[in-house]
Design a protein around this ligand. Structure first.
Ligand code: FES
Length: 101
């Protein structure tokens, strides 16, 4: 199902944005080098919201133990993260960001 995440202006390069989908599932939306990405918000290592972390070199750094994931592929990059996070393709339409989930 295609869902609107937010407006393009809602996501800054500095700060990921947490969005709750219609079923309550939380995702994190990122803007990096002018493109948009989306992953699950919940870290696979613990009970942390990745949207409260920060993006560096295309990786989301988890606020709890500073593990990281690639925001494009969801692959774990830095320990203690070892399980990938789910990623979603983001499309832009009429100033909004959408995902199909
Ligand atoms: Fe994210 Fe530990 S909870 S690195």
């Amino acid at each position: 199902m295609v869902q609107i995440l937010c407006s393009v202006e809602d996501v800054s390069e500095d700060e990921p944005l947490q969005v709750k989908l219609s079923d309550g599932h939380a995702v994190a939306v990122y803007r990096w080098e002018g493109k948009f990405y989306c992953t699950d918000d919940l870290c696979t290592h613990g009970d942390a919201s990745l949207a409260e972390g920060y993006v560096e070199d295309g990786e989301i750094i988890c606020p709890f133990h500073l593990g990281s994931f690639c925001i494009k592929s969801g692959a774990p990059r830095t320990a203690p993260c070892s399980e990938p996070i789910a990623t979603y393709v983001v499309t832009e339409k009429d100033g909004n960001l959408l995902i199909d989930r």
